[in-house]
Unconditional design. Structure first.
Length: 222
């Protein structure tokens, strides 16, 4: 992953905003997309109106001047926020951590079923869900290396890296791109594998030579 990337913070609920403010922010994000630029995280926040604050005085007219209205309606704000989460976030996450990206030293936080959630140290690190069968001994605060296999709305999915094909469970194998239940079980039934070539030969025997080339990066360390 990139060592340094900016994050973007959008703050709404300020004095003088109009619906045009949403369009300007939209145009800015589309420009980033068109130019191929990346952002580690996009935060969307609403200002909290504290009594006696400058913002409260400006919106209420307590400054001795005419009150400055906020012209963004809730429905417009939510529609814009949903657009960012659905159209912008997935593209940015794909650019920052495409499939095959190795993430080192993910600190395990909690387990939910076959997924261990954690984050690497850093500024706004991504949440990573590492597929790990219940037989795995990964505990909270353990450090894990993982390789990205996919992504959700604002998080990554990954497999332990390098994946030990002779000891991993079906869940770990099925987390790899294009490896479904049938292929995972076929790979398990043909254990043990003594070399990377053994894995390639087995995959090729299942009529997936191109797939074997793609997946070998998950089993061999670099």
């Amino acid at each position: 992953m990139p060592s340094l990337l900016p994050g973007i913070n959008f703050l709404f609920g300020l004095a003088g905003e109009t619906r045009e403010s949403l369009e300007l922010n939209r145009d800015f994000l589309l420009k980033l997309m068109d130019e191929g630029l990346s952002a580690r995280r996009i935060n969307i926040r609403r200002a909290i109106l504290f009594k006696g604050s400058e913002l409260e005085r400006r919106l209420s007219g307590g400054t001795g001047k005419k009150a400055e209205k906020n012209g963004i309606k809730d429905r417009d704000y939510m529609k814009w926020k949903d657009w960012v989460r659905e159209e912008i976030d997935p593209v940015m996450l794909e650019r920052v951590a495409p499939n095959g990206t190795i993430i080192r030293n993910i600190i395990a936080e909690e387990r939910k079923g076959n997924i261990v959630f954690g984050r690497p140290l850093g500024s706004y690190p991504p949440l990573v869900g590492v597929i790990s069968g219940r037989s795995s001994a990964i505990l909270p605060n353990d450090k894990i290396d993982a390789m990205v296999t996919g992504r959700g709305g604002r998080s990554l999915t990954a497999a332990p890296y390098p994946l030990d094909i002779n000891s991993c469970g079906r869940a770990e194998l099925m987390s790899l791109p294009e490896i479904g239940k049938a292929r995972a079980e076929a790979l398990i039934l043909r254990r043990p594998y003594n070399s990377p070539n053994d894995i390639i030969e087995t995959m090729n025997a299942m009529d997936t030579p191109k797939l074997s080339e793609k997946l070998m990066r998950y089993f061999t360390e670099r």
